[in-house]
Design a protein around this ligand. Sequence first.
Ligand SMILES: [Zn+2]
Length: 164
Amino acid sequence: MSQERDNTMKFQVNHNNKTFMREALEEAKKAYAENEVPVGAVVVYKNRIIAKAYNQKLKSNDFRAHAEVIALNKAQKVIGDWRLNDCDLYVNLEPCVMCAGAILETRIKNVYFGLREVKQGSIVSKLNVLDADLPHKVKYFGGILENESKSLITNFFKKIRKTT
Ligand SMILES: [Zn+2]
């Protein structure tokens, strides 16, 4: 276990963190309803949500259509700048390597995620992309409303197994 992960686990979740993560979970439920893996993301600027999105990979037949990438892209349009230095990203599942790259590219300030993704999570689980010695540093915090995310994702895969 890395030092960074230890720090993540010591993080004290506040009321705002939970409120914004609940919004990300609401987005994830939209993905669930459309038979997409239930991942939702919101971007917060000055304590206000400026962009929301959910996973649409199947629907759009586009590998880039992860909740995080769509939400970051929407946020850039709202801010009118590709740089999101003063924004935070909330996502209910640990980001993959593509999304971790997008997080770095947009220079987002903080990333808050829910459930750890043991197979390909790229923040703390399989890779530690945000700990790399790169010019831009992004802070990250995991485990926010982790159980809510876990039950949503577990139910989703149960549902998929029943129908296939
Ligand atoms: Zn991703």
